[in-house]
Write a protein that binds this ligand. Structure first.
Ligand code: OGA
Ligand code: MN
Length: 240
């Protein structure tokens, strides 16, 4: 996100420089997509790593600050979110035309209070992603990317968001790319299966841009990952 005005107004992302030159070498981490990937469309890449990067050292160093938990929500829980969100989202139009936006082909909303099923999931997210004494950003951010939509490299506003970003992926698998901001060509690709939760913390959140690849570029470790319409539900904490 990131808003100039959290309580209203359009969410404006702070863009960071775009870097797309990646060395071909790929190193994988120990986080793997186990049987819980079965609910996603990703059966061919089951048992493959969920995080690959430009060097073994980077994967090792950044690994603890990047998590992908597959099968974090069930099909029923996904449906509960869609039931709560679809009517509100449908009233909005996907935004395609703002060339300076960090997101292309999206609509978004935020929500403070949820029905029981969704609140239960969100409490699970909060308990695994944030330290117990963490002050959370009240509204949860909902981002609906059209099939042709994508998120350009950016770093979430340090003014409004703290050290941790946690997001659920609904409706589609996708690839999140982290690129070191200082131009050293360090990068990680995260495979985010549908129904998974990702968590970015600390340096992974402050020193690396993150982006969601467009369908045409959605290739993870040599494997094509079709990008459909994707809804993410994002929780953040407040700056310390
Ligand atoms: C954002 C963002 C990632 C996602 O809204 O700032 O990076 O998973 N979203 O949708
Ligand atoms: Mn972001």
């Amino acid at each position: 996100m990131l808003t100039n005005n959290i309580s209203g107004g359009r969410m404006k992302l702070l863009l960071a420089a775009l870097k797309r030159i990646h060395p071909p070498a790929v190193y994988t981490s120990r986080q793997r997509c186990r049987s819980s990937c079965a609910g996603s469309g990703l059966s061919p890449v089951r048992d493959e790593a969920l995080i690959v990067g430009s060097s073994r050292e980077l994967v090792r160093r950044l690994g603890p600050q990047v998590e992908v938990r597959t099968g974090f929500i069930t099909e029923d829980e996904e449906e509960a979110f869609l039931r709560e969100l679809e009517s509100g989202l449908r009233k909005k139009r996907y935004e395609f035309d703002h060339w300076d936006d960090a997101i292309h082909g999206y609509r978004e909303t935020e929500r403070v209070s949820w029905g029981r099923a969704c609140e239960e999931v969100l409490n699970r997210v909060r308990s695994v992603a944030f330290p117990e004494d963490s002050q959370l950003l009240g509204p949860v951010h909902i981002l609906d990317l059209d099939k042709t939509g994508y998120i350009k490299p950016h770093i979430d506003s340090v003014k409004f968001c703290g050290s941790t970003i946690a997001g659920l992926s609904l409706l589609s698998d996708s690839i999140m790319r982290l690129v070191k901001e200082d131009g050293t060509n360090e990068w990680l690709d995260l495979l985010l299966p549908r129904h998974s939760l990702y968590i970015l913390r600390d340096q992974a959140r402050y020193n690396f841009t993150h982006e969601i690849l467009k369908d045409e570029e959605s290739v993870f470790n040599g494997q094509r990952v079709p990008r459909l319409r994707r809804i993410s539900i994002i929780c953040r904490n407040l700056p310390g």
